[in-house]
Design a protein around this ligand. Structure first.
Ligand SMILES: *Cc1c(COP(=O)(O)O)cnc(C)c1O
Length: 393
């Protein structure tokens, strides 16, 4: 590996220059980013992000922010003002909880995968009394069970992951919303990996805090977090005696959003990119975009199953945005992931939790075509063939 010294650096420690593959450096389109986030971004979005940075308090940016909010409200199914933060999705998970909790309050968290577990960890780290409803991985959270648990204690919020990316399973938010709606409890929903690729009707379903992020179906680079908060949530957020907060304080975000601003410097270029991505969604038609995600994920699931890798979940509504397939005992998911990249520049992922090596996961998010999925399957078939042949030797 080559090394360099930064000119005039007081440090004499050589800095290694990483060797990046040619598929990435020379021909970006041949680097096939097929993760469940971050996703490959459309050329139109890349061009928008490459434009000069705007003043975040100037009239051009205000107009762009307003247009972005307008289009995103449609995708979210809400009339709420939206808040934008420079943050990954996890920042928004923490922000949602820190804004609604007072010391010692209780949370009821539906856990059916790794993202539910993360919510429980965040809740505990904030000092909440966390009760989980544990569903087997691969199962969807059950509204009836949530209703039974809600009747047993006073919960500040029920927390549900709309699209559990670790297992490729979706939650029935209409049913869950119906059992939370007429209680004093808030419904907090993480749709980071779902929004823009599946139906979301925040206001109709009674979702009180909805969080999302830029790098999944919204077809932008990572770094932009999004929050939509109901009136019911606002009455909790603004009450005295809540947890201490500053950067992620929704009271500040709301005061600014009334003026079509953000409290701090937002990731201006990412918002410009998001506006472009949303324009693409609106040009194609939101219903058609959602239908395309459904069709392409089904195509990929069916194709993988035909190659001997069935869906991980056999019981739940499968995700239209994350395809999670079970790897047969004789093969290793990590080997499949590595070989698919080495032979075909195609980046998918396995799992970094208890399913490690036992599943592989693709994103079916954003601007994909039938041809992209056919190519995935073609490369996956070659990869499996290669690994089986190596096993036979
Ligand atoms: C990707 C994802 C997030 C956010 O992850 P970050 O790495 O923090 O951006 C949150 N929830 C779910 C369900 C996700 O799939």
């Amino acid at each position: 590996m080559a090394t360099s010294r930064i000119a005039n650096s007081p440090s004499l420690i050589p800095i290694p220059i990483p060797v990046l593959p040619a598929c990435y450096l020379e021909c970006v389109n041949e680097y096939r980013l097929r993760l469940p986030g971050p996703t490959a971004i459309p050329e139109r979005v890349r061009q928008a992000i490459a434009r000069p940075v705007l003043s975040h308090r100037g009239p051009e940016f205000t107009a762009i922010l307003r247009h972005t909010e307008d289009m995103l409200q449609t995708v979210m199914g809400t009339r709420n003002h939206l808040f934008f933060f420079a943050s990954s999705g996890t920042g928004m998970m923490e922000a949602a909880l820190v804004n609604i909790l007072a010391p010692g309050e209780r949370l009821l968290i539906a856990v059916n995968g790794a993202w539910g577990e993360r919510f429980a960890d965040i809740g505990r780290s904030l000092g909440a009394q966390v009760d989980t409803i544990d569903f087997s991985w691969g199962y969807a959270p059950d509204a009836g069970e949530i209703q039974r648990r809600l009747a047993k204690a006073d919960y500040r919020a029920v927390v549900v992951v709309h699209n559990e990316s670790s297992t490729g399973v979706t939650a029935d938010l209409a049913a869950i919303g119906a059992v939370v709606k007429d209680t004093d409890t808030l419904l907090v929903v993480d749709s980071v990996s779902g929004l823009g690729g599946m139906e979301m009707s925040q206001d109709e379903w009674g979702v009180d805090i909805l969080i999302a992020a830029s790098q999944k179906c919204l077809m932008c680079p990572p770094g932009l977090g999004i929050v939509s908060m109901s009136q019911k949530a606002w009455s909790v957020v603004q009450r005295p005696g809540g947890l201490p907060r500053f950067y992620f304080d929704f009271r500040k975000a709301r005061a600014s959003s009334d003026k079509m601003e953000t409290p701090f410097t937002p990731p201006v270029s990412l918002i410009v990119g998001l506006r472009e991505a949303l324009q693409m969604i609106h040009e194609e038609g939101l219903d058609d975009v959602i239908e395309r995600h459904r069709r392409l994920s089904t195509f990929l699931q069916t194709g993988c199953a035909a190659l001997g890798l069935p869906p991980f979940s056999t019981t739940a509504e499968l995700s239209p945005t994350v395809v999670c397939m079970r790897v047969p005992e004789r093969l290793s998911g990590n080997d499949i992931v590595r070989t698919l990249y080495q032979r075909h520049n195609t980046v998918i992922t396995g799992s970094r939790n208890k399913l490690e090596d036992r599943v592989i996961r693709f994103g079916t998010m954003g601007q994909l075509t039938t041809g992209d999925i056919a190519t995935d399957l073609h490369y996956l078939e070659d990869t499996l063939h290669h690994l089986e042949a190596a096993r036979a030797r």
